[in-house]
Ligand binder design. Structure first.
Ligand code: NZQ
Ligand code: ZN
Length: 388
């Protein structure tokens, strides 16, 4: 196994009723809370009222930072920074999914930084040698795992780029995770979020080294859990066990545990980020279109791992198949699952224009951890292969 250092500074409070039980205590050191949320789902499902009630009872001043969009923009981050500074917020509470959490991580950093946060922390990997504004999160939709890492993916509309950086100092101080909060998530978002979780696991699983590593065993269990529980939650959205598993699978995929000893690929993420920078498409939907095509492109460079994926994740019997046939059967099973759960399968469905493909391909970052390092020409071929 490769050498590693493991640390995760986020304290998780998981389960039904956790917000009611712990939020007041977790915010006790703050006088003014910047309460951030998206476009109103939390008002419709009662989560907003519950949280505001708890904060008001505890005597907090609340400054609202609302309207955080999916694929949060740097302009929105700057709006949050202004609000935090003008109102002297001493804590941010992000209530939402990956977009709200990521935007708030960027606000927590930029609010305490005098320079150009985009240039110094997103355009380039920077050094966080100061304390960001304290941040706590209440997760309302599962998928990104943002609650337990320092990752923040921000779109710069002017520069046509969506960039993710992971700074351990941006790990939230606490994460409140009540699976019942996700009951109201529309099925399309539950499915795309769950596919994002699956993608995080696959992007890590299909990377070197492939010697015996407990991370790979954990990942097989996690992939099976996502597949099984998503099928249950599609049939019965208020199945507490299924929603709990999907929520914790999502955290487990991105809390760094499975990355130990692995190089990690994330080329599909690099490609999806540029699809979204040009089209504002849904993250999980973009990934669903790309994964099978990308894997058919690279499987020969990691053949034994793709065989293992077919046998252990999809339970496909060898039945006289060659390694190559078995590997392809596993990728086929993944593609079938994507269709079964109703995710898109072409870039056209995401609103991509054919004329944009080359510019988008040329702007993708290249992963250093993949079984096979892509060229921009190959990325263009992948985009063309999944266009329609
Ligand atoms: O905006 P509102 O009204 O809140 O509605 C949201 C939004 O429309 C809705 N929603 C959330 N909770 C709900 C709910 N609707 C009903 N009931 C609830 N309880 O769900 C929609 C999507 O929310 P969003 O936060 O955009 O989704 P997701 O969690 O998938 O986040 C996507 C963003 O995270 C980034 C993605 O690139 C994208 O920008 N990622 C962040 C990562 C990280 N920090 O580690 C890793 C990922 O790879 C990913 O890149
Ligand atoms: Zn993702």
């Amino acid at each position: 196994m490769n050498n590693f250092i493991f640390q995760n500074d986020t304290r998780v409070y998981f389960g039904k009723g956790c917000v009611k039980e712990y939020l007041a205590c977790l915010t006790k050191r703050a006088d003014t809370v910047l309460m951030a949320y998206g476009n109103g789902a939390v008002k419709a499902n009662g989560v907003y009222d519950e949280i505001v009630g708890i904060l008001k009872n505890a005597g907090k001043s609340i400054v609202e930072f609302s309207g955080i969009m999916s694929n949060p923009t740097y302009a929105k981050v700057q709006e949050g920074v202004r609000l935090a500074r003008e109102n002297h917020a001493d804590m941010i509470l992000a209530v939402g999914g990956g977009s709200v959490m990521d935007c708030c991580k960027a606000v927590s950093l930029a609010a305490r930084y005098k320079g150009d946060a985009w240039e110094d922390f997103w355009a380039h990997h920077g050094v966080v040698d100061f304390e960001p504004l304290p941040l706590g999160v209440v997760v309302t939709t599962a998928g990104t795992g943002s609650e337990c890492n320092g990752g923040a993916v921000i779109t710069n509309e002017e520069k046509k780029t969506k960039t993710g950086r992971d700074y351990p100092q941006l790990n939230p101080d606490f994460a409140l995770m009540d699976p019942t909060y996700t009951y109201s998530v529309p099925q399309s978002q539950m499915v795309s979020g769950s596919f994002d979780t699956l993608s995080h696991i696959m992007e890590t699983y299909f990377s070197k080294p492939d010697e015996d590593n407990v991370s790979d065993d954990i990942m097989e269990a996690l992939m099976k859990s996502v597949i099984r529980n998503l099928r249950i939650a599609i049939k019965k959205p208020e199945d507490y066990t299924a929603r709990s598993n999907l929520m914790w699978d999502s955290t487990m995929a991105e809390n760094r545990i499975i990355k130990m000893g692995k190089k990690c690929d994330f080329e599909c993420h690099n490609m999806e980020h540029q699809l979204a920078a040009y089209t504002n498409c849904n993250h999980g939907c973009g990934l669903a279109v790309l994964h099978p095509v990308y894997y058919r492109h690279i499987y020969q460079n990691g053949l034994q791992k793709f065989v293992r994926f077919a046998e252990r994740v999809w339970d496909i019997a060898r039945d006289g198949k060659t390694d190559e046939e078995l590997a392809l059967a596993g990728i086929h099973a993944l593609a079938d699952f994507i269709q079964e759960i109703g995710l898109p399968t072409t870039l056209k469905e995401l609103g991509v224009q054919k004329a944009q493909l080359k510019e988008m391909a040329d702007s993708c970052a290249i992963s250093q951890g993949a079984y096979r390092q892509m060229t921009h020409k190959e990325i263009l071929e992948i985009f063309q292969a999944c266009y329609e």
